[in-house]
Design a protein around this ligand. Sequence first.
Ligand code: HXC
Length: 262
Amino acid sequence: EGVAFEHLLVSSPKPGVGLVQLNRPKALNALCTPLILELNSALRTFQSDKTIGAIVLTGSEKAFAAGADIKEMKDLSFADAYGNDFIENWSDLVTFLKKPLITAVNGYALGGGCELALMGDIMYCSNTAVFGQPEIKLGVIPGAGGSQRLTKAIGKSRAMECILTGENILAKQAGEWGLVAKVFESPQECVDGAVKMAEKIAGFSQIAVKAAKEVVNKSQDLGIREGVEFERRVFHGLFGSRDQKVGMGAFAAKQKPEWTHE
Ligand code: HXC
């Protein structure tokens, strides 16, 4: 806290909750490189802050993010893009973050904006949300995981339709397809709802929460058998934590658990 960003608003609206709001209104939160670097930095700060148990990422009422910054990208050569690993620093956003990330989408989540939303462990949106991968209209394709994460989220045929036609997916459809966990009635309710769920998560043992996120994410990469075996190893491992004794002991004694995060 206390760090001023040019393109972000960072706060802790509830105990244990870190909130990052993308704040580049002039460009509908287009994700220019300086913004991505700031986002990396803000998330890293929350990651290393022991008082923070879960993080919410949102944009404005009009736009979560309208994509990567087209004006910044338009003159890149292949050598610029490939040689300088353009977009690679984006994937850091998910790989280093061990704490749960909730993305709360209002308005446009297009291209890289949709891909950023998809990096959330839980996605919420309001009825104003517009998801899409319009890269095809620009002569390119999704470059920050959209072709993989969107396909896993809504299935191949729907993802193909979206990515090949550039047609948007509206909030109601996103809810029906399970792209998001919930569709809220308004942007404010969406952010408040996300913060409330983050607060709930932050109220549990950080050890258990970290393990839970880790095992669910493994399901994206492993087959069912390896995945279940991995889950069991991690489950067994938690009997070495203090919070397992705290949690089960409190249940047996009809008390409220006082988590130690150990
Ligand atoms: C740079 C952008 C931008 C973007 C909007 N702006 N999106 N600038 N990159 N992705 C700027 C506009 O140029 C404009 O600036 C200002 O934001 C407001 O946008 P308008 O177009 O005037 O607003 P509106 O008419 O309401 O239309 C909203 C919109 C449209 C439908 C979202 O802006 C739009 O289509 N944007 C591009 C969406 C897109 O193609 N995204 C994918 C990008 S490619 P000025 O200066 O004119 O006021 C991508 C690749 C990802 O993301 C690969 C890996 C990261």
